[in-house]
Design a protein around this ligand. Structure first.
Ligand SMILES: Nc1ncnc2c1ncn2[C@@H]1O[C@H](COP(=O)(O)OP(=O)(O)OP(=O)(O)O)[C@@H](O)[C@H]1O
Ligand SMILES: [Mg+2]
Length: 230
């Protein structure tokens, strides 16, 4: 799906937290970087239809958001909530909500569970899980949906390095077959490893965007250069 954002503005009272002229998302992994409060979560929540722009438009293959588009998009919000159930139940909860058949649920679960070493967690209730363990269950719950567009808000922030690497393999697979992943992270190394495209935000605006090589090796913006130590 081709997502096109035009003249997107989001205001909360008198403060403008998003002010974007133009971005397009096609296939592959788009990594969004930027300081705290720069509007990353606001932007992706608007793309997911969870939040409304104050002005401007988002087009999905040329159309406005509707229920068919909702079914093609999944967002994993920053600090996602797990249900008070087992990890296994949490992982398949989105599929059950989408009325997926029992066989398909089993198939997807088996396909994805081995991305992390979570065998011991599967029957544990979510309230016993550590922060990083919760993050793995949340990411699997998102991955099993296999939506065309997946929006991930700092999914590896609580994970150790080895688990983050495993998560990155999963995220790469989530962008296969012409699908799209939009990933918010503070980890520039993660962007270097898995991004196809990189977007830098500051104070609600896009200050740099382009291919991974363009943005991470040869940025034009002064602040981006400073952050990347170039
Ligand atoms: N419901 C709200 N009401 C008022 N202000 C809000 C609301 N939601 C977000 N904001 C403000 O909008 C700005 C952008 O927030 P956002 O969560 O998009 O930032 P972010 O780039 O995701 O930051 P972080 O890296 O800390 O997650 C912040 O200044 C925040 O305080
Ligand atoms: Mg955020």
């Amino acid at each position: 799906m081709h997502i096109k954002i035009e003249n997107a503005v989001k205001d909360y009272g008198l403060s403008r937290v998003l002010d974007i002229e133009n971005i397009e998302f096609k296939k592959g992994i788009y990594v969004i970087l930027g300081s705290n409060g720069s509007g990353k979560s606001t932007l992706i929540s608007c793309v997911a239809g969870l939040n409304e722009l104050s002005h401007g438009n988002i087009f999905y293959d040329g159309k406005k958001f509707d229920s068919a588009i909702r079914n093609s998009i999944c967002i994993q919000i920053q600090n996602p909530y797990l249900f008070s159930k087992s990890s296994h139940e949490n992982i398949v909860s989105g599929l059950k909500f989408r009325k997926t058949s029992r066989e398909e649920i089993e198939k997807r679960f088996n396909k994805y569970k081995n991305y992390f070493e979570i065998e011991d967690l599967l029957n544990k209730k979510s309230w016993w899980l550590s922060g990083g363990e919760r993050a793995k269950i949340a990411l699997l719950r998102t991955a099993v949906l296999e939506t065309e567009i997946t929006l991930l808000d700092e999914p590896t922030a609580a994970m150790d390095i080895e688990s983050s690497m495993r998560a990155e393999n999963l995220i790469k697979d989530m962008a296969r077959d012409n699908r799209t992943v939009i990933l918010v992270t503070h980890d520039v190394y993660q962007a270097k490893r898995i991004a196809n495209h990189v977007i830098f935000m500051d104070k609600g605006r896009i200050i740099e965007m382009g291919s991974r090589e363009e943005v991470l090796n040869n940025p034009a913006n002064k602040l981006v250069k400073q952050i990347l130590n170039i």
